[in-house]
Design a binder for this molecule. Sequence first.
Ligand SMILES: [Zn+2]
Length: 333
Amino acid sequence: MPDFAIAVDLGGTNLRIAAVSTEGRMLEKIGVSTNSAGPHHVIDDMCDAIQRLSTKHRGYGSLIGAGIGIPGIIDLDAGVVRTSANLPGWENFPVRVEIEKRLGTRISLENDAKLAALGEQWLGAARGVDNMGMITLGTGIGGCIVLDGKIFHGMNGMAGEFGHITIEPEGVPCGCGNRGCAERYASATAVLRMAREAIAAGNAPQLAQAVNAEAEFGAKSIYELAMQGVKPAQQIFDRFGRALGIMLADIVNVLNLEMFVIGGGVSSAWDAFAPKMFEELRARSTIYAATTPPDVPTDGSVPAQRTGKQTIIARAQLGSDAGLFGGARLPQL
Ligand SMILES: [Zn+2]
Protein backbone atom coordinates (compact mmCIF):
# COMPACT_ATOMS: atom_id res chain seq x y z
CA MET A 1 0.00 0.00 0.00
CA PRO A 2 1.40 3.42 -0.90
CA ASP A 3 1.95 6.02 1.79
CA PHE A 4 1.45 9.75 1.50
CA ALA A 5 3.20 13.03 2.20
CA ILE A 6 2.00 16.54 2.96
CA ALA A 7 3.16 19.43 0.81
CA VAL A 8 2.88 23.12 1.63
CA ASP A 9 3.28 26.03 -0.75
CA LEU A 10 3.64 29.18 1.33
CA GLY A 11 3.18 32.26 -0.83
CA GLY A 12 2.86 35.92 0.03
CA THR A 13 -0.88 35.89 -0.71
CA ASN A 14 -1.88 32.21 -0.68
CA LEU A 15 -1.11 29.26 1.53
CA ARG A 16 -1.73 25.92 -0.19
CA ILE A 17 -1.57 22.53 1.48
CA ALA A 18 -1.89 19.13 -0.21
CA ALA A 19 -1.85 15.44 0.58
CA VAL A 20 -0.05 13.51 -2.18
CA SER A 21 0.47 9.75 -2.36
CA THR A 22 4.01 8.40 -2.74
CA GLU A 23 2.91 7.24 -6.21
CA GLY A 24 2.26 10.86 -7.15
CA ARG A 25 -1.52 11.03 -6.85
CA MET A 26 -2.99 14.30 -5.56
CA LEU A 27 -5.33 13.11 -2.76
CA GLU A 28 -6.53 16.53 -1.66
CA LYS A 29 -5.53 20.14 -2.05
CA ILE A 30 -6.69 23.07 0.06
CA GLY A 31 -5.92 26.76 -0.08
CA VAL A 32 -6.39 29.70 2.28
CA SER A 33 -5.16 33.25 2.09
CA THR A 34 -1.90 33.90 3.91
CA ASN A 35 -2.65 35.49 7.29
CA SER A 36 -1.15 38.97 7.25
CA ALA A 37 -0.88 39.13 11.07
CA GLY A 38 2.59 37.57 10.98
CA PRO A 39 4.46 34.28 10.87
CA HIS A 40 3.06 32.80 14.11
CA HIS A 41 -0.51 33.05 12.78
CA VAL A 42 0.46 31.62 9.40
CA ILE A 43 2.23 28.69 11.06
CA ASP A 44 -0.89 28.04 13.19
CA ASP A 45 -3.07 27.95 10.04
CA MET A 46 -0.54 25.74 8.30
CA CYS A 47 -0.28 23.23 11.14
CA ASP A 48 -4.07 23.04 11.53
CA ALA A 49 -4.38 22.21 7.83
CA ILE A 50 -1.53 19.68 7.94
CA GLN A 51 -3.14 17.92 10.90
CA ARG A 52 -6.57 17.93 9.27
CA LEU A 53 -5.25 16.42 6.03
CA SER A 54 -3.05 13.84 7.73
CA THR A 55 -5.91 12.64 9.94
CA LYS A 56 -8.33 12.51 7.03
CA HIS A 57 -6.05 10.45 4.79
CA ARG A 58 -4.72 8.17 7.53
CA GLY A 59 -6.62 5.27 6.01
CA TYR A 60 -4.58 5.66 2.84
CA GLY A 61 -1.26 4.71 4.44
CA SER A 62 1.22 6.31 6.75
CA LEU A 63 2.35 9.91 6.61
CA ILE A 64 6.01 9.89 5.63
CA GLY A 65 6.66 13.61 6.23
CA ALA A 66 5.97 17.13 5.07
CA GLY A 67 7.85 19.33 2.59
CA ILE A 68 7.34 23.07 2.78
CA GLY A 69 8.13 25.49 -0.03
CA ILE A 70 8.97 29.08 0.87
CA PRO A 71 9.81 31.95 -1.47
CA GLY A 72 13.20 33.44 -0.61
CA ILE A 73 16.59 32.40 0.68
CA ILE A 74 16.38 29.66 3.29
CA ASP A 75 19.11 28.51 5.63
CA LEU A 76 18.46 24.79 5.23
CA ASP A 77 20.66 23.70 8.14
CA ALA A 78 19.02 26.08 10.60
CA GLY A 79 15.50 25.84 9.10
CA VAL A 80 15.28 29.63 9.02
CA VAL A 81 14.10 32.09 6.35
CA ARG A 82 17.00 34.45 5.68
CA THR A 83 15.35 36.87 3.26
CA SER A 84 12.02 36.84 1.45
CA ALA A 85 10.68 39.67 -0.68
CA ASN A 86 7.20 38.07 -0.65
CA LEU A 87 7.01 37.41 3.10
CA PRO A 88 7.80 40.63 4.96
CA GLY A 89 8.44 40.06 8.66
CA TRP A 90 9.71 36.50 8.19
CA GLU A 91 13.44 37.34 8.17
CA ASN A 92 15.32 35.06 10.55
CA PHE A 93 12.08 33.43 11.70
CA PRO A 94 12.78 29.83 12.88
CA VAL A 95 10.15 28.21 10.64
CA ARG A 96 11.20 24.58 11.08
CA VAL A 97 11.45 24.70 14.88
CA GLU A 98 8.06 26.43 15.16
CA ILE A 99 6.32 23.87 12.93
CA GLU A 100 7.99 20.86 14.51
CA LYS A 101 7.05 22.17 17.96
CA ARG A 102 3.37 22.26 16.97
CA LEU A 103 3.26 19.03 14.95
CA GLY A 104 5.75 16.87 16.77
CA THR A 105 7.07 15.50 13.47
CA ARG A 106 10.12 16.30 11.37
CA ILE A 107 9.53 18.52 8.35
CA SER A 108 11.69 19.64 5.41
CA LEU A 109 11.98 23.20 4.11
CA GLU A 110 13.00 24.25 0.62
CA ASN A 111 12.90 27.25 -1.67
CA ASP A 112 9.64 27.19 -3.66
CA ALA A 113 11.25 27.44 -7.13
CA LYS A 114 13.49 24.50 -6.28
CA LEU A 115 10.48 22.43 -5.21
CA ALA A 116 8.77 23.20 -8.52
CA ALA A 117 11.83 21.75 -10.27
CA LEU A 118 11.67 18.63 -8.12
CA GLY A 119 7.97 18.26 -8.97
CA GLU A 120 8.64 18.55 -12.73
CA GLN A 121 11.48 16.03 -12.38
CA TRP A 122 9.25 13.56 -10.50
CA LEU A 123 5.99 13.81 -12.43
CA GLY A 124 6.18 16.52 -15.09
CA ALA A 125 8.18 17.35 -18.21
CA ALA A 126 11.38 15.78 -16.84
CA ARG A 127 9.77 12.57 -15.55
CA GLY A 128 12.43 9.86 -15.74
CA VAL A 129 15.22 12.40 -16.37
CA ASP A 130 17.72 12.17 -13.50
CA ASN A 131 19.76 15.27 -14.39
CA MET A 132 17.94 18.45 -15.32
CA GLY A 133 17.74 22.18 -14.80
CA MET A 134 14.68 24.35 -14.35
CA ILE A 135 14.16 27.99 -15.17
CA THR A 136 11.12 29.70 -13.60
CA LEU A 137 10.00 32.89 -15.32
CA GLY A 138 8.02 35.13 -12.99
CA THR A 139 8.66 38.57 -11.49
CA GLY A 140 12.31 37.48 -11.66
CA ILE A 141 13.97 34.26 -12.81
CA GLY A 142 14.19 31.30 -10.44
CA GLY A 143 16.50 28.40 -11.11
CA CYS A 144 17.34 24.93 -9.94
CA ILE A 145 19.74 22.13 -10.79
CA VAL A 146 18.64 18.54 -10.11
CA LEU A 147 21.37 15.89 -10.16
CA ASP A 148 20.62 12.18 -9.71
CA GLY A 149 17.03 13.13 -8.83
CA LYS A 150 18.06 15.44 -5.99
CA ILE A 151 18.32 19.21 -5.70
CA PHE A 152 21.91 20.41 -6.02
CA HIS A 153 22.30 23.14 -3.40
CA GLY A 154 25.92 24.17 -3.68
CA MET A 155 27.83 25.20 -0.59
CA ASN A 156 25.04 27.17 1.07
CA GLY A 157 21.90 26.60 -0.95
CA MET A 158 22.53 29.24 -3.57
CA ALA A 159 23.34 27.08 -6.61
CA GLY A 160 21.24 27.59 -9.74
CA GLU A 161 20.77 31.37 -9.66
CA PHE A 162 20.45 31.47 -13.44
CA GLY A 163 18.58 34.78 -13.39
CA HIS A 164 21.68 36.68 -12.34
CA ILE A 165 23.88 35.52 -15.21
CA THR A 166 25.17 38.68 -16.91
CA ILE A 167 23.65 39.23 -20.37
CA GLU A 168 24.72 42.87 -20.85
CA PRO A 169 27.94 43.99 -19.08
CA GLU A 170 26.77 47.64 -18.93
CA GLY A 171 23.07 46.82 -18.85
CA VAL A 172 20.12 47.61 -16.59
CA PRO A 173 21.01 47.65 -12.85
CA CYS A 174 19.70 44.65 -10.91
CA GLY A 175 18.59 44.37 -7.27
CA CYS A 176 21.47 41.93 -6.71
CA GLY A 177 24.03 44.72 -7.26
CA ASN A 178 25.08 43.59 -10.74
CA ARG A 179 24.13 45.13 -14.09
CA GLY A 180 22.53 43.44 -17.06
CA CYS A 181 21.34 40.26 -15.30
CA ALA A 182 19.19 37.89 -17.41
CA GLU A 183 16.12 38.56 -15.26
CA ARG A 184 16.29 42.27 -16.14
CA TYR A 185 15.36 41.24 -19.73
CA ALA A 186 13.40 37.99 -19.37
CA SER A 187 10.78 38.30 -16.61
CA ALA A 188 7.36 39.89 -16.08
CA THR A 189 9.08 42.91 -14.50
CA ALA A 190 11.37 43.23 -17.51
CA VAL A 191 8.49 43.08 -19.99
CA LEU A 192 6.74 45.94 -18.20
CA ARG A 193 9.93 48.01 -17.97
CA MET A 194 10.62 47.58 -21.69
CA ALA A 195 7.01 48.55 -22.44
CA ARG A 196 7.30 51.70 -20.33
CA GLU A 197 10.54 52.61 -22.10
CA ALA A 198 8.99 52.11 -25.53
CA ILE A 199 5.99 54.26 -24.54
CA ALA A 200 8.24 57.02 -23.12
CA ALA A 201 10.28 57.03 -26.34
CA GLY A 202 7.03 57.77 -28.16
CA ASN A 203 7.23 54.90 -30.63
CA ALA A 204 4.65 52.53 -29.20
CA PRO A 205 1.21 54.19 -29.57
CA GLN A 206 -0.66 50.87 -29.30
CA LEU A 207 1.07 50.05 -26.02
CA ALA A 208 0.30 53.54 -24.67
CA GLN A 209 -3.33 53.05 -25.64
CA ALA A 210 -3.49 49.66 -23.90
CA VAL A 211 -1.98 51.07 -20.69
CA ASN A 212 -4.75 53.68 -20.55
CA ALA A 213 -7.54 51.28 -21.49
CA GLU A 214 -6.72 48.25 -19.34
CA ALA A 215 -6.96 48.35 -15.56
CA GLU A 216 -4.85 45.19 -15.30
CA PHE A 217 -2.25 46.04 -17.92
CA GLY A 218 0.65 43.62 -17.52
CA ALA A 219 3.02 41.22 -19.26
CA LYS A 220 0.01 39.22 -20.49
CA SER A 221 -1.45 42.28 -22.27
CA ILE A 222 1.88 42.89 -24.01
CA TYR A 223 2.05 39.22 -25.00
CA GLU A 224 -1.42 39.44 -26.54
CA LEU A 225 -0.41 42.56 -28.52
CA ALA A 226 2.74 40.75 -29.71
CA MET A 227 0.64 37.82 -30.94
CA GLN A 228 -1.61 40.30 -32.79
CA GLY A 229 1.47 41.51 -34.64
CA VAL A 230 2.00 44.84 -32.84
CA LYS A 231 5.64 45.59 -33.63
CA PRO A 232 6.87 47.24 -30.36
CA ALA A 233 5.30 44.37 -28.35
CA GLN A 234 6.98 41.82 -30.63
CA GLN A 235 10.31 43.60 -30.15
CA ILE A 236 9.95 43.30 -26.37
CA PHE A 237 9.50 39.52 -26.61
CA ASP A 238 12.33 39.28 -29.14
CA ARG A 239 14.57 40.96 -26.59
CA PHE A 240 13.18 38.60 -23.93
CA GLY A 241 13.87 35.53 -26.08
CA ARG A 242 17.39 36.68 -26.93
CA ALA A 243 18.26 37.22 -23.25
CA LEU A 244 16.85 33.82 -22.33
CA GLY A 245 18.73 32.19 -25.22
CA ILE A 246 22.04 33.77 -24.14
CA MET A 247 21.45 32.65 -20.56
CA LEU A 248 20.50 29.13 -21.65
CA ALA A 249 23.57 28.88 -23.91
CA ASP A 250 25.76 29.59 -20.90
CA ILE A 251 24.10 27.05 -18.64
CA VAL A 252 23.92 24.37 -21.36
CA ASN A 253 27.65 24.88 -21.97
CA VAL A 254 28.51 24.65 -18.29
CA LEU A 255 26.19 21.85 -17.19
CA ASN A 256 25.54 19.65 -20.26
CA LEU A 257 22.32 18.31 -18.68
CA GLU A 258 19.72 16.13 -20.42
CA MET A 259 16.87 18.59 -20.06
CA PHE A 260 16.07 22.19 -19.16
CA VAL A 261 12.45 22.84 -18.19
CA ILE A 262 11.04 26.35 -18.53
CA GLY A 263 8.11 27.16 -16.23
CA GLY A 264 6.59 30.00 -14.24
CA GLY A 265 3.74 32.34 -15.19
CA VAL A 266 5.55 34.12 -18.03
CA SER A 267 6.41 30.81 -19.74
CA SER A 268 2.86 30.97 -21.12
CA ALA A 269 4.25 33.61 -23.53
CA TRP A 270 6.31 30.79 -25.11
CA ASP A 271 5.05 31.42 -28.67
CA ALA A 272 6.24 35.03 -28.48
CA PHE A 273 9.76 34.47 -27.10
CA ALA A 274 10.72 30.91 -28.11
CA PRO A 275 11.81 31.57 -31.75
CA LYS A 276 14.50 34.09 -30.69
CA MET A 277 15.43 31.97 -27.69
CA PHE A 278 16.19 28.91 -29.83
CA GLU A 279 17.96 31.01 -32.48
CA GLU A 280 20.29 32.51 -29.88
CA LEU A 281 20.81 29.23 -28.03
CA ARG A 282 21.83 27.37 -31.18
CA ALA A 283 24.15 30.17 -32.32
CA ARG A 284 25.89 30.56 -28.97
CA SER A 285 26.11 27.05 -27.51
CA THR A 286 28.29 24.61 -29.37
CA ILE A 287 27.07 21.89 -27.00
CA TYR A 288 23.42 22.60 -27.79
CA ALA A 289 24.13 22.66 -31.54
CA ALA A 290 26.09 19.41 -31.28
CA THR A 291 23.45 17.58 -29.25
CA THR A 292 20.22 18.81 -30.85
CA PRO A 293 19.18 18.12 -34.45
CA PRO A 294 18.15 21.30 -36.34
CA ASP A 295 14.66 19.90 -37.02
CA VAL A 296 13.83 19.28 -33.34
CA PRO A 297 10.36 20.68 -32.42
CA THR A 298 10.50 24.08 -30.73
CA ASP A 299 7.04 23.97 -29.16
CA GLY A 300 8.44 22.87 -25.79
CA SER A 301 7.00 19.35 -25.98
CA VAL A 302 9.05 16.40 -24.78
CA PRO A 303 9.84 14.04 -27.69
CA ALA A 304 8.11 10.66 -27.18
CA GLN A 305 11.14 8.87 -28.58
CA ARG A 306 14.44 10.25 -27.43
CA THR A 307 17.09 9.16 -29.86
CA GLY A 308 20.61 9.37 -28.53
CA LYS A 309 21.72 11.93 -26.02
CA GLN A 310 19.92 15.15 -26.82
CA THR A 311 19.69 18.45 -24.96
CA ILE A 312 15.95 19.04 -24.61
CA ILE A 313 14.40 22.42 -23.82
CA ALA A 314 10.87 21.69 -22.61
CA ARG A 315 7.92 23.58 -21.20
CA ALA A 316 6.84 22.77 -17.65
CA GLN A 317 3.75 20.55 -17.44
CA LEU A 318 2.45 20.75 -13.87
CA GLY A 319 1.60 24.45 -13.68
CA SER A 320 1.15 25.85 -10.18
CA ASP A 321 0.94 22.33 -8.68
CA ALA A 322 4.61 21.64 -9.47
CA GLY A 323 5.71 23.02 -6.10
CA LEU A 324 3.17 20.88 -4.24
CA PHE A 325 4.35 17.71 -5.99
CA GLY A 326 7.95 18.73 -5.23
CA GLY A 327 7.06 19.31 -1.59
CA ALA A 328 5.59 15.82 -1.40
CA ARG A 329 8.66 14.35 -3.10
CA LEU A 330 11.10 15.96 -0.65
CA PRO A 331 10.45 13.64 2.33
CA GLN A 332 10.82 10.63 0.02
CA LEU A 333 14.44 11.44 -0.91
ZN1 LIG B 1 21.02 40.30 -10.68
